[in-house]
Design a protein. Structure first.
Length: 563
């Protein structure tokens, strides 16, 4: 066997560092891009930010002219095909949108330097555990009771309930529907909580939703599950054993905390949480609302008010009045608090692109607020230039690792500036194409048209993957609101006359149909299909059910108002 080197030519796609950076920047939204640029300014000494403020001295402005701005796009672009750009009074336009002028006292004498930074004015949201702990300290509990309370708060879940995860072992065999509810804490388990919160439709049997059931478990699997249940440790008993106190004492402290604000914390399940709130409100077992929460949560979830009225021997009107009180109860005590170390659910959106109408023309403007203008440091550029001149003159320079480092950072800075330019141009072209295809929607003259990534990709002569990266997590500010770019891409649904309509337009029609229905006789999915057919839209019932679920609309048997 002989080993030898053989040269070989081969074509292939290589992911260069510049291409990787361009793809990475293309997927970032406006806020993420600002953070990425700020981070690069910290790490790259060759990259620096410059200011083109006209109030700077003439010499400074001349020195800044060599810098490259973040975006090289035109100041305004219209969708007209005319070769001559229309004349626009930008001063009047700026006045129209009420841009805030710089403060008259924004100089050195304004005293702004003496004000605390914005980071010193931020506050942290109080957690539920901190709020309850403060109430424990303010109560008349003795030292041992406070120790018990502190330990119980450690057993609280993020929803404010007593964390009984240790009590919930995986089932080894299928359970019937009724047993599943009992395993989750009776009729007031997780299914009831989701229904009362409106987090998602339950699965009652009916025209639009069928609920599968399973046979009761039996045999060795059921015996194993029962044995596992015997090994469960109650959190109250666990705390009692750890602190070497009676479990009844721990239970008394838990029930006292349940009456703290918010009422119902450390409850074992939804039913106990709601009953505690009713008790604080002054209701007892003699009231119908108490009976509904204690015994008929599943019927209340299914809107089976006739069964409640029959079981309690009252009228439907009485059940309706009681249900109004049930709906005022809070099924999640921790709703207004966030878990420790987590962010609140609300996420603030910063548009990446603005679309505005001036006269009869639409203007596309990229959001560059907060994006610094970048350039390469003249100091380091001159150093590298001096090295090149020395090499041309035959001067042999000693090896210096710092020069290699500066060269690498200079190359990275060039790639970053070029990638940002390319990103801005690509986003602009995609938005321009979307505006062209969905012009009727922007003008308010019609619904969205069917549009797929390939349509835009062919229009701007780019790959579909590039368009997909541009539309991901980026938002467009329009006179009709702020929308994610993906909103304007819709699958097509055939109409009776051979044309097609966008799926979002069909969703809007379904929403309008449901809003206009008789609440006492809500329309089923099949009835909605017939109405859409009358409007020349052919769609299957299961598609209507899918769109209805995406819109957060309950099935007909749960939308029905009995009272």
């Amino acid at each position: 066997m002989e080993l030898k080197l053989v040269p070989k030519l081969q074509l292939g796609v290589v992911m260069t560092p510049q291409l990787k950076m361009a793809i990475k920047l293309l997927t970032l939204n406006h806020l993420e891009l600002k953070d990425a640029v700020a981070q690069e300014l910290v790490e790259n000494p060759v990259l620096e930010e410059f200011n083109d403020d006209p109030r700077l001295p003439q010499e400074s402005r001349e020195a800044e002219q060599v810098a490259a701005p973040v975006s090289e796009r035109p100041a305004e672009v219209t969708t007209t095909t005319s070769a001559q750009e229309p004349s626009i009074d930008w001063e009047a336009y700026a006045d129209q949108y009420n841009y805030l002028p710089p403060s008259a006292g924004s100089g050195k004498d304004s005293g702004l330097d003496d004000l605390p930074g914005i980071d010193q004015t931020l506050t942290r949201t109080e957690t539920l555990e901190e709020h309850l702990l403060w109430q424990v300290r303010m109560s008349d509990m003795n030292a041992l009771e406070r120790q018990i309370a502190l330990r119980l708060l450690g057993e609280m879940s993020d929803d404010g309930f007593l964390d009984v995860s240790a009590l919930q072992t995986p089932s080894l065999a299928p359970q019937p529907a009724g047993d599943k509810a009992a395993a989750a804490g009776g009729e007031g388990g997780a299914d009831d909580e989701g229904a009362l919160l409106g987090d998602g439709p339950a699965a009652p049997a009916g025209e639009d939703d069928d609920e599968p059931t399973t046979a009761p478990a039996d045999g060795p699997a059921a015996a194993a599950a029962a044995a596992a249940a015997d090994e469960r440790v109650d959190p109250v008993q666990l705390v009692a054993d750890e602190l070497d106190v009676d479990a009844a004492w721990v239970e008394a402290v838990r029930r006292r905390i349940m009456r703290f604000d918010p009422v119902g914390c450390l409850s074992r399940d939804l039913r106990e949480c709601l009953l505690t709130q009713l008790e604080v409100w002054g209701y007892d077992e003699e009231n119908l609302v108490w009976a509904i929460v204690a015994h008929h949560l599943r019927d209340a979830e299914r809107h089976n008010f006739q069964a409640i009225a029959k079981a309690e021997k009252v009228t439907l009107a009485d059940v309706g009045d009681a249900m109004k009180l049930v709906e005022q109860l809070e099924p999640r005590p921790a709703r207004n608090y966030i878990p420790q170390g987590e962010s609140p659910d609300a996420q603030y959106i910063t548009p990446d692109v603005y679309v505005m109408k001036l006269g009869d023309e639409w203007i596309i403007q990229l959001n560059e607020d907060g994006l610094p203008k970048l350039r390469m440091s003249r100091f380091y550029v001159e150093q590298l230039r001096a090295e090149q001149i020395a090499k041309k003159q035959g001067v042999r320079l000693p090896a210096d690792p710092s020069r290699t480092y500066i060269k690498e950072k200079k190359r990275t800075a060039e790639w970053l500036i070029k990638s940002i330019h390319q990103r801005q141009r690509t986003i602009y072209r995609v938005c321009e194409s979307i505006l062209k295809y969905q012009r009727d929607w922007f003008d308010g003259n019609g619904p969205l048209k069917p549009l797929i990534l390939k349509n835009v990709a062919d229009d701007i002569e780019m790959h579909e993957s590039t368009v997909s990266r541009v539309t991901s997590r980026k938002y467009l500010h329009t006179p009709r609101g702020v929308f994610e770019l993906k909103y304007f891409f819709n699958s097509s649904i055939n109409t009776g006359d051979g044309d097609s309509v966008a799926s979002e337009a069909v969703k809007d029609e379904i929403k309008k149909i449901v809003q206009g229905e008789n609440p006492k006789k809500p329309l089923s999915d099949s009835a909605i299909v017939k109405i859409l057919e009358d409007r020349n839209v052919n769609i299957a019932r299961r598609t209507v059910a899918k769109y209805r679920d995406e819109l957060g609309i309950l099935p007909s048997n749960r939308r029905k108002q009995v009272f």
